[in-house]
Ligand binder design. Sequence first.
Ligand code: ADP
Ligand code: MG
Length: 748
Amino acid sequence: MSPRKRPDATGDAPILRLVGADPFDLDSLLAEFMGAANAKALDRDFGIRRVDDLLHHYPRRYATRGQLTAIAETPIGEHVTLVAEVRSVQERKMRQRSGSITEVTIFDGRATATLTFFNQPWRVRDLRPGDRGTFSGKATLYRGGIQLAHPDFELFEEEDQQVGIAGETDVERWASELLPIYPASAAMPSWRIAQLIAEALTALGPLPDPVPEFVRAEAASMGYDAALRAMHAPATMSQVSTARRALRLTEAFVLQTALLQQRRAARAVASSPRTTGQGSLLARFDAALSFELTGDQRAVGDEIARELGDTAPMQRLVQGEVGSGKTVVAVRAMLQVADAAGQSALLAPTEVLATQHVRSIAAQLGPELMGEVQPTLLTGGMPQSERRRALLRIASGDARIVVGTHALLGDAVSFFDLGLVVVDEQHRFGVEQRERLRAKSDAPPHLLVLTATPIPRTVAMTVFGDLDVSTIAELPGGRAGITTHVVPAGERPGWLDRAWARTGEELGRGRQAFIVCPAIEVGDDGTEPLGDEDEGDAAGASALPVSVEAVAALARERPELAGRTVAELHGRMPSDEKDAIMRRFAEGGIDVLVATTVIEVGVNVPNASVMMVMGAERFGVSQLHQLRGRVGRGEHAGLCLLVTEAEAESTGRERVEAVASTLDGFELAQRDLELRREGDVLGSAQSGATSSLRLLRVARDGDLIDLARSAAGEVLEADPALESVEHEPLLAALARIRDEQRAFLEKS
Ligand code: ADP
Ligand code: MG
């Protein structure tokens, strides 16, 4: 008789080899305890190397034997696990070639599927009508029915097989037992993963909890060991949800502890305090300022001034809507540092933006302060001679304010006394790059990060957990505001004509227009669509032109725009050309600028009053909101026309509608969070700290994150180095996060 196996496989030959004196713990490498083929499959298909990784490979869902997996709903082309009963087994000789095919029909109570084995006649003995079990393999369509070729299968044990004729309660118990279904692959089917995890959990014994007891109690949370075991072998579904919450708390707590530790470490190394005084550059700047600072600008400015004067390095993120006046806040901070003989580096994401920054800083300083501060630009595209002069001024300390792109990170750049690093639009910079700039100073410089993307609090806490956050919510007065309309080009082509007409009218009043496109050339994929995969279509497939190339050509033909100067701007152009075009647009020499998102951040042309966004559904909510901030910046009311072919009620369309529905960046950020998938929210731009999150969802788990944050603070306050025995499991978990971060950074 063939061996009978169960999906939870306690009766199976063990996969883990736990003999010998090797310690087997969470950090053990699986490859040392199992066959090479299995270890390789786990690593290749799931990145699982250590026991800890394996235990965090959570079931995707749970199946019960009773509620048989529906064959009728099996997705074709996917790796599936079916729970079914064998109906018939047939062996036949192949007609064309020598050999045999074994065909097994299985039935799940509603539909049948065929299992096919080539040249494995012994299968007839393994599988007999009436046998029940799990069958996993890739589902294909064969003669109109579902087929699994060479599936892996596990038959339920003898006692389970008998259940059909046993008493009612037994049937219920058997039928309702939860079988974990894991993300699986051909080489590593779900049942084998289940077996491995079960063996590992048995061998490990009780797992120590990285979360201290008082925190568990405060959160009314199940302990770590119970939660992990419940995830992999739950008695009920409600146990699963209790366990999930406990593991989310674990993730949140360990991550918050890591972030707060990082923050404490950064503050532990003294930086040079930079204070200003009377008659200083800053005082003279303030006196000459042509406008009143808003209340928020003043409050945030005071906070920054205080921190710059302290020995603990400032680590502050300032978020404020486009146009909220963050630049002045940054300039004032840089002047305070200049007053203390220090230099500041402002890091911008693009050359266009760096150039614009240095120009507007110069304008704000006025000729006199300019000579004393010598704002200096450094970008990769600069001519050699100019670059050498800039490097010299930076090294001598004459340039008190240095503005640049990634070029600032280069080895050739050395500062005389770098006191402050300002990063504009943090989301374009990784933490690593930030660190490289900071390393250019003996004492760690103060850090000021500016972002126009409003960040919901729990996201800020998770992603920028090592920074303090302040907000400029107030917009300077005197702005005329923006009106936003959705133009559904597919449903209402007439509206698209109207959009061109409105653009033409604005130009007729002496205004200028932006037309933003998601792609550069026809047929380009351009920006990645942010929505569901099935919405992504190449630029060429769409009736609406969405590339800079095609839209510029169209703009030159539209009668509404006759006689207007149309220019193109995108990231593939040489930087001097981009610069020249931006300057001409700012000076009014160009009427219509057809551009990619290179104009997204910072570009300031107060005379631009209208923006058309082509294929608006291809942009994210925050991105659209930022784009729209380019118009209505001056005395002229702004008009933003979001042209989309996305169908009503698609995710893409919802994003576009959301942007049109409000001007409140924080509300949009929250909506954005809800409309995006988690991976997009946290983004790859982040430090990798978040790569340790498996179950935690920042949009939903705000309360757990809050609780974890304050608990982590308490724990570190009481035991900064986590030396007490009680914190050993936490230390081990933190070490694992750091490993994971390192691996993440190496990959990206
Ligand atoms: P952002 O926050 O988007 O970087 P900027 O700093 O570029 O905003 O400011 C946008 C415009 O608003 C600039 O022209 C700037 O001079 C002006 N501005 C900044 N603060 C004020 C203020 N308090 N009152 C009036 N105008 C201001
Ligand atoms: Mg700005």
